[in-house]
Each structure stands twice: as structure tokens, then as C-alpha cells.
Design a protein around this ligand. Structure first.
Ligand SMILES: [Zn+2]
Length: 156
């Protein structure tokens, strides 16, 4: 099976920000509003596969995408999640970090103890965004990245 994060068409329709090493894409099946993924452009299965340039850029890129995702959701808190391995809930064998903005009273808070279980079983209750929902989300995130360009540069 072709890797979905190596598929240019998928990335083009979901991408809202990028640099030399990484894409930021809007999650097709968002757990909560603003749920974004940070994906290395190169196919690597886990963090040990990152090269020096990718390792050096990682925290800066995560910080920039977190900034955009928090503006997107008008939130101050977030979960940053790496699911490494199928038992940890990973469904795509191409390294990716989940950034999930969190707000008081979001649906996850209603079952705090169960949230990780819910997140790992996302495919059972979530649904894929329609093309138009995805493009609305991507355009919103892109315009946030544009408006806050200097703030994002300061995080580089
Ligand atoms: Zn891949």
C-alpha cells in the first residue's frame, strides 16, 4: 500500500504550512477543532530515522504549527502526541506528531480518564471531513500563518 503521507495529492489538499523539512497538515479526521499533524517530508518511520537537519528543525517547526493551531481553535492549551507503533494507536507508518488544541469543556473533558483510549480509537467514532470542510480548514489555517508571519519567523 502506498504511504498516504508520501502521496503528493493528499498532502497538497491538506497542507497549510511547510518548511524545508516538514509539512503541517490538517487532520482528515479531527479529534477536536484545529487538530493538526506535523509530518516529515521524507518517509521515516520513527524519530531515530530523522537526519540532523530534520532533528534540528523539529522543535522550531512544532512550535510554529502549535502557534497556528492555537490561533485556529482560539485555545491556549494543547496535547502534542506521537503514537509510535500500532499498539500505541498509530495507523500510518510515516512519522507524524498530533497537535490537538484543548479548551475547557471540550468533548474530551467529559471523559477525562478515557481520553487517550478515545483518541486511539478515533476511527470508530470520528468521521472524515468532506472536501469542502477540509479546504475551509486549510484556508483558515493558511490565512492565520500569513497574518502571523512575523510571529512565526520569531519562532524559527
Ligand atoms: Zn511516507
Amino acid at each position: 500500500m502506498e504511504c498516504i503521507f508520501c502521496n503528493k495529492e493528499t498532502i497538497e489538499s491538506e497542507k497549510f504550512y511547510e518548511d524545508e523539512h516538514y509539512y503541517a497538515i490538517y487532520n482528515l479526521r479531527p479529534f477536536l477543532p484545529g487538530h493538526s499533524l506535523v509530518v516529515p517530508k521524507r518517509h521515516v518511520e520513527d524519530m531515530t530515522g530523522l537526519n540532523q537537519g530534520e532533528r534540528e528543525d523539529l522543535v522550531s517547526f512544532l512550535n510554529r504549527v502549535i502557534f497556528i493551531a492555537l490561533k485556529f481553535a482560539e485555545a491556549d492549551s494543547y496535547d502534542l502526541i506521537l503514537q509510535q507503533g500500532e499498539i500505541a494507536g498509530r495507523s500510518i507508518a510515516h512519522l507524524h506528531f498530533h497537535i490537538i488544541p484543548r479548551k475547557e469543556g471540550d468533548k474530551v473533558n467529559q471523559s477525562k480518564k478515557e481520553w487517550l483510549y478515545e483518541f486511539n480509537k478515533n476511527e470508530f467514532y470520528g468521521r472524515n471531513l468532506t472536501e469542502s470542510e477540509m479546504s475551509t480548514a486549510v484556508n483558515k489555517a493558511k490565512s492565520i500563518a500569513k497574518v502571523y508571519d512575523s510571529e512565526l519567523r520569531a519562532l524559527m
